[in-house]
Design a protein around this ligand. Structure first.
Ligand SMILES: NC(=O)c1ccc[n+]([C@@H]2O[C@H](COP(=O)([O-])OP(=O)(O)OC[C@H]3O[C@@H](n4cnc5c(N)ncnc54)[C@H](O)[C@@H]3O)[C@@H](O)[C@H]2O)c1
Length: 267
């Protein structure tokens, strides 16, 4: 018997990294999974991996910063699987042109060029649109559906250790991830009476495509090596925490942000 038997989960950013590892973990625990991403190839690959495991999944192309797309994602999932029990809002970008793979504006490769004084306002706005507004849209729409279905549910958002310390070149990212922590608390307060728990994970240095350029410079390995646990982590180690916050094992936990970060800021 799996921890999520009979449950239906929507996982944004499910086409890669921690979204994908969470989709695989949830499917292994019995959930049907709707994978939402702007990366069609990655999203379809995740679905194929879930099906290889004998699980149920479908891909729904979604830009999570687009309200109409998010509304249709949740409606389509409910139509396909009959209900929505959990939302994992993992979709995110580290800089405005991350999805396009633009190395010129990658702040990990060119931190000086991405400074506060020179970064165009629209790049700041794009990061806020995806990482903060997009998370709000996905969480709100999922909650509306859960409330209509009258059975409660869970929402897990993705913050970051970047919420706790300023990093050169990624002011927009840091601010968006601080916002996610407060968004999570506000939603937990408002949705709690409906039986909906809202929590966040704040990953440390994780080995995913998002940190590829940081790994190229050696900075991520150094960051992990300086931590109490002395290493960066695999995406599955974060998915374990997302599963905990989604399953009944965390039934009395809401409004919290759980660091999955190798001991960042511990010493
Ligand atoms: N990797 C790390 O070290 C780290 C650390 C802390 C927090 N995070 C956060 O974890 C989450 C997952 O990141 P990851 O490391 O797995 O990166 P990833 O690049 O592997 O996955 C992110 C996914 O989000 C998708 N995405 C981006 N914009 C989207 C949009 N507008 N609509 C739908 N999908 C969109 C991408 O296509 C990609 O598939 C992100 O929110 C990220 O900010 C990552």
């Amino acid at each position: 018997m799996g921890a999520l038997d009979g449950k239906v989960s929507i996982i944004t950013g499910g086409g890669s990294g921690m979204g994908r590892s969470t989709a695989l973990r949830f499917a292994a625990e019995g959930a049907a999974v709707a994978v939402a991403d702007v990366n069609d190839e990655g999203g379809r690959a995740t679905v194929a991996l879930v099906e290889d495991l004998g699980g149920r999944a479908s891909f729904i192309h979604t830009d999570t910063s687009d309200e109409a797309a998010v509304v249709s994602l949740v409606a389509e999932t409910a139509r396909a699987y009959g209900r929505v029990d959990s939302m994992v809002a993992a979709a995110g970008i580290s800089f405005a042109n991350y999805v396009e793979g633009d190395r010129e504006t990658d702040p990990f490769l060119n931190p000086a060029a991405a400074g506060i004084l020179t970064k165009p306002t629209e790049r700041w706005q794009r990061v806020l649109d995806v990482n903060l507004t997009g998370v709000m849209l996905c969480a709100r729409e999922a909650a509306r559906q859960m409330i209509a279905e009258e059975h409660g549910g869970t929402i897990v958002t993705f913050s970051s250790i970047a919420a706790y310390g300023p990093s050169p070149g990624i002011m927009d990212y840091c601010v968006s991830k601080v916002g996610v922590i407060m968004l999570t608390r506000c939603m937990a307060a408002e949705f709690g009476p409906h039986g909906i728990r809202v929590n966040s994970v704040a990953p440390g240095p994780i080995d995913t495509p998002m940190t590829q350029s940081l790994r190229e410079t050696g900075a991520l390995q150094a960051q992990g090596g300086a931590l109490p646990l002395g290493r960066m982590a695999k995406p599955e180690e974060v998915s374990n925490a997302v599963l905990f916050l989604t399953s009944d094992e965390s039934s009395y936990i809401t409004g919290k942000t759980l660091g999955v970060d190798g001991g960042t800021n511990t010493v």
